[in-house]
Design a protein around this ligand. Structure first.
Ligand code: FEO
Length: 396
């Protein structure tokens, strides 16, 4: 499959309808994904990125239908991660001398992955590559989201090939933003940002402002996953600016795990108190062990505050709670408040442990948390409701 996105520019990637987990088992992809590769046929021909290695044979065979491989003058590797570079070994077997344009970190990453002595050409921000009457201009995008990442801009057609930035894990035969369900598109875009780009928000903000300051026309943004932004393409850049700056909606997420429902009942009572105190706030409850990790991270990203709950077990916390706290630490959320709660039978360390985790993850912990001994009785549930009312105020 291929399709033209401009007179001389074609999408030659792979739509992966089956994908349900990405980055090993780390990232859920309920709607599949695509690995977008683009072929530009001007006076000179350039191929931008490839696809995941498992599809390399199919990719190269399809590419041959578009162009004799030896007629490809330049390969542009915007990013070395395997989902975009994986077909390079198969492709380069046919055209071993064709130059590969990438950043200096790209050479390190590609060599580290494939251990091949390819004909690398290192580019920096502002470097241009003539394709005849049009040019590709390169923009380094270090740590968005790897050290090697870069974007490429095609003059005249005004296309920004942004690689992972602005991507979404969506498989669709309707590969443009104006043709897909907008709620699904927004959900996958924010999930992508929350789970992958959050730690780099300061760099996202800086880079997008740098690109916008170039004041060049942008007719399309072509990311390396999901649909192409052709209708109001800069909407996603402006949306990223919002997400990159301590994004929070009027939402409180209560994430917990429970052994015998005591901590769950606490969670529900706290939620009741919050809603009674502040009916405007959206309160969402998730049993961590039964929820999709990446969807939960997306909800935390959207929240102004999070309450984390676990009973005490073996003087510690339940493993699903420990896992999400570790994830939250790595993502470096900004400007979010938090507190912990949980029931216990005898030693009762869990709340203190979660409080410490939340604090070291960069959350502003508003108090020492709430514990309930044994199975919460009517009085303990009343205390939870009152606690919910109190944190509703502290989370404002
Ligand atoms: Fe960073 Fe889509 O790979």
């Amino acid at each position: 499959m291929s399709f033209k996105i401009k007179e001389n520019v074609s999408w030659v990637g792979k739509i992966d309808w089956e994908l349900r987990k990405f980055h090993g088992e780390e990232y859920s992809t309920h709607r599949g994904s695509s690995y977008n590769s683009y072929l530009i046929k001007e006076g000179k021909t350039a191929l931008i990125d490839t696809v995941w290695g498992k599809f390399s044979g199919e990719f190269v065979e399809n590419l041959k239908k578009e162009i004799p491989l030896e007629k490809i003058d330049f390969v542009i590797a915007n990013h070395a991660e395997s989902d975009h570079s994986g077909a390079l070994p198969e492709l380069m077997r046919h055209i071993p001398d064709t130059p590969i344009y990438c950043t200096s970190n790209g050479v390190k990453s590609l060599t580290g992955h494939y251990h091949q002595d390819w004909n690398f050409h290192i580019v920096k921000t502002g470097d241009k590559l003539s394709l005849g009457s049009k040019e590709l201009i390169f923009i380094e995008a270090q740590m968005l989201h790897w050290p090697d990442s870069m974007m490429s801009y095609l003059t005249h057609d005004s296309i920004l090939f942004s690689n992972d930035a602005f991507g979404q894990h969506i498989a669709s035969e309707r590969m443009y933003n104006d043709l897909v369900d907008q709620a699904e598109l927004f959900q996958e875009a924010i999930k992508y940002y929350a789970n992958i780009l959050t730690p780099f928000s300061a760099l996202v903000d800086k880079k997008i402002k740098e690109v916008l300051a170039l004041n060049v026309p942008v007719d399309m943004i072509c990311p390396s996953h999901g649909v192409i932004w052709r209708k109001d393409p800069l909407q996603i850049a402006n949306q990223y600016l919002e997400w990159a700056n301590a994004y929070a909606e009027n939402q409180i997420t209560i994430a917990y795990d429970s052994m015998w429902d005591g901590t769950r009942r606490m969670a529900e009572a706290i939620a009741k108190g919050i809603v009674e105190a502040d009916p405007t706030v959206a309160v969402k409850l998730f049993n961590i062990a039964r929820s999709d990790k990446n969807d939960l991270i997306t909800e935390i990203f959207k929240s102004k505050a999070v309450l984390v709950g676990s009973p005490t077990i073996n003087k510690g916390i339940l493993s699903a709670v420990a896992a999400i706290l570790e994830e939250m630490k790595g993502l470096k959320f900004m400007n979010k408040k938090a507190a912990a709660f949980g029931c216990y039978g005898w030693s009762g360390e869990a709340v203190k442990i979660m409080t410490q985790h939340l604090s070291s993850a960069g959350f502003t912990v508003v108090d020492e948390g709430l514990r309930a001994m044994w199975n919460p009785d009517t009085k303990a549930i009343e205390i939870c409701i009152e606690y919910g009312k109190r944190v509703a105020g502290l989370f404002k």
